[in-house]
Design a protein around this ligand. Sequence first.
Ligand code: NAD
Ligand code: ISE
Length: 338
Amino acid sequence: MTVRFGVVGCGAIGQEHIRRITNTLSGGKIVAVNDINADNAKSVVQKLGLDAKVYENGHDLIHAADVDAVLVTCWGPAHKEFVLSAVQAGKYVFCEKPLATTADDCLEIVAAEMKQGKHLVQVGFMRRFDKGYVALKEAISAGKIGTPLMLHAAHRNPTVDARYSTDMAINDTMIHEIDVLHWLLDDEYVSAQVVYPRKTSKAAPHLADPQIVLVETKKGVRIDVEIFVNCAYGYDIKCEVVGETGVAYLPEPATVQLRSEAALARPILMDWKDRFIEAYDIELQAFINAVSTGSRLTGPSSWDGYAAALTADVCVKAQSRPGEILPITLKECPEFYK
Ligand code: NAD
Ligand code: ISE
C-alpha cells in the first residue's frame, strides 16, 4: 500500500521531507499540502512538480479521505493542535520535534493516542536512526566500555538567525541530546543544572551563547552538554561516553581526508540537513514501512516527546538559576508505551 501523506508546514524541513518522500524513499506519496502562508505551499507544489492539493486549512487536510498519514512540519507552537487533530481522526502522524512546546500539551496527545488504543505518533528525533548513534548504543550495550560513568556531548551550530533566543538552546537545539542520550544509556534523567561560560562576541546581545547543561541520570551517570550555536566553524555534533574500562565515541561523518598544501585535513559539514541526511531518510522510511504494513511504529513515541518536553522545561528553568540543581520528575511510563 502506498502511504498518502498530507503535510502541514512547508518551510525548511517540510520541503526536505517532501523531497525525500517524493524522490528518495519508497512507498510514500505527497497528496496534500498546507501552510499558514499559502504561497509557501503553492510554491512547493510547483517547485517539486507535486500532484498534490493545496489546503487553506490544516484541519481540512487532516480529515481529507485520501490522506492516510500527516506530516507535521510547521513551527513548534502549532504542533500540538495538528497532532491532536490527526490522532483524534485516527490518522498516523509524523511530527517534527518538539511534539509540543509544553509537557502538559504532550500528555494531552499521549492521552488521546491511548484512547485510540493504537500507536499513531512518531516524533522526528532522527538521531535514534543515525548509524553512528546506533553503533555507539550497540557498543555500550555489548559492554565494550564497561559500565558508563560519564558522557560529554557538544551541539555546535555555525550560526543562528536573529530570532533565536536563549531558551531555544534547550528546546530547539539541545532537545536532540535530551532525547538521544537517555536512549543511548537506557537510563532516565533526574536533575539538571545550567552554567554559562564566557560569552562569544559572535552572539546577538539578547542570546547567552555558549551554555553548558549538566544532567544526572537515575543510574548516576554525569552528562555535560555544551550548546554553542555561533561556533562559526561548522555544524559539529560530539558524543563521548566514558565507561569503567573504556571510552566510546560517536563516529565522525564520512568526509574525505586530504593531504595537501602541507596539511592533513578533513572538511566539517556546515548544515544539519547534511549531517543527518541518512538518519532523516531512515526514520521516515521506517515510519512509511510501519504505516503501510500496519505494524507498530518503531521510532520515538509521544511518550518520548513528553519526556523530552518535561526535561527541556526543567533545563529552561535552570537557565534562569545558574548553578542551581533542579529535579526532573517524570510521570510513570504507561504500559502502552513500554
Ligand atoms: P521554517 O520556519 O522554515 O518552516 C515552518 C513553516 O511552518 C513555515 O513555512 C510557516 O509558514 C509554517 N507554519 C507556521 N505556523 C503554521 C500553522 N499554524 N499552520 C501551517 N503552517 C504553519 O521552520 P523549520 O526549520 O522547517 O522547522 C519546522 C519544525 O521542524 C520545527 O518544529 C523545528 O524544530 C523542526 N526542525 C527539526 C529539525 C531536525 O533536525 N529534526 C531540523 C529543523 C527543524
Ligand atoms: C534545528 O531546529 C534542529 O533541529 C537542528 O538539528 C539543530 O542543530 C538546530 O540547532 C535547531 O535550530
